[in-house]
Design a protein around this ligand. Structure first.
Ligand code: HEC
Ligand code: HEC
Ligand code: HEC
Ligand code: HEC
Length: 231
């Protein structure tokens, strides 16, 4: 009698084992399909060209947006707000004290832009939303003139409209790319400068056609500190 119970127990255990095994592999089979390809984030991109694609998700929205001619910026107003071409523009609007460092308050308006009733203008989209300490580089305008005369002069900006080899060919990029990798932030949408606004934001891979303009770079002479006391 004991022997029979023993054998039945062994079979019962085997059966339970089988059931457990079967259910496990059945539910494994129900998991979502899986193909061992790399995640998108693993795809190798040229690091210096990555930011070109940053706003490309909005490319079609930009394409379909009507142009609001009454509120377009011009190149003149654009340059007027900068100490020299490429310098961080000053903040032309009042800033509450608490809109300070490290917060995302500036980004409420400057991340994606949009019309701001009280300033009667479109907020320019920032090419660098990741640099959250905005006031490290952007300061409020205090005066419109310098207190004393200086011999500082604004370097002229690269000319626009003269950068193509042939009429109709894509103009070369006349500016440096550092801090200007995110093309659509400045060249598309209602806050874009009139002269720089493009009709082809949907082409996405801007640098496929637009190459940096080859410029002659002059070597700066070796700097030697003229301190004769230190020997
Ligand atoms: C309520 C929305 C709003 C907020 C918040 C805001 N801005 Fe602005 N900002 C604007 C608008 C609109 C303009 C365009 C003004 C114009 O053209 O007269 C502008 C213009 C600027 C410009 C000039 C850009 C250029 O190309 O000349 C800078 C720089 C700037 N803002 C920085 C900041 C910083 C830094 C903060 C946070 C302390 C901030 N803004 C908060 C709406 C906003
Ligand atoms: C490390 C310095 C630095 C920081 C930090 C910084 N900026 Fe800028 N910003 C610049 C410079 C330099 C330019 C000019 C780029 C150019 O003209 O090539 C600029 C340009 C801009 C523009 C003008 C874009 C246009 O189309 O006219 C806006 C708007 C702007 N920044 C907003 C912001 C906001 C908002 C923050 C914080 C989230 C911020 N910036 C943080 C240096 C900085
Ligand atoms: C911070 C704003 C900003 C960003 C970002 C930016 N540009 Fe520009 N772009 C300008 C300005 C301003 C000019 C006018 C010349 C100058 O001042 O450098 C210009 C001029 C140009 C021109 C010459 C247009 C003509 O008619 O001659 C081309 C082409 C161009 N940019 C392409 C690009 C491409 C491609 C990118 C992305 C890799 C880019 N830009 C990113 C501001 C920007
Ligand atoms: C398939 C090639 C191609 C791609 C990709 C491309 N462009 Fe262009 N782009 C052109 C050509 C061609 C012109 C000259 C158009 C003309 O002269 O009528 C041009 C003109 C421009 C101009 C001068 C202003 C104007 O509209 O004439 C700017 C600025 C510009 N492109 C920026 C960009 C930016 C930013 C991107 C990425 C969103 C981009 N381009 C993608 C071919 C291209």
């Amino acid at each position: 009698m004991k022997k029979r119970v023993g054998i039945l127990l062994v079979f019962a255990l085997l059966f339970i084992g089988f059931l457990a095994n079967w259910t496990y592999s059945y539910y494994q089979g129900l998991e979502e399909a899986y193909i061992p390809i790399h995640e998108a984030s693993d795809i190798l991109v040229i690091p210096s060209e990555k930011k070109v694609f940053e706003r490309s998700g909005y490319a079609l929205d930009y394409l379909n947006m009507p142009v609001d001619e009454n509120h377009q910026r011009t190149l003149d107003t654009y340059y007027n707000n900068r100490a020299y071409p490429g310098a961080p523009p000053s903040i032309p609007h009042p800033v509450k004290e608490k809109l300070g460092m490290g917060s995302n308050i500036c980004l409420q308006c400057h991340q994606n832009g949009g019309f701001v009733e009280k300033f009667n203008a479109y907020a320019p989209v920032t090419p660098h939303p990741e640099m959250i300490n905005c006031k490290q580089c952007h300061v409020e305008q205090q005066t419109k003139s310098t207190f004393v005369a200086t011999n500082f002069y604004k370097k002229p900006a690269p000319e626009v409209g003269v950068n193509n080899a042939l009429p109709g060919s894509p103009p070369a990029i006349p500016h440096q790319l550092q801090m200007r990798e995110n093309c659509l932030s400045c060249h598309a949408g209602p806050a874009a400068v009139k002269e720089l606004w493009i009709d082809h934001p949907e082409r996405i891979n801007c640098r496929q056609c637009h190459v940096p303009k080859a410029q002659e770079v002059q070597n700066v002479e070796l700097f030697v500190r003229a301190n004769t006391n230190l020997k």
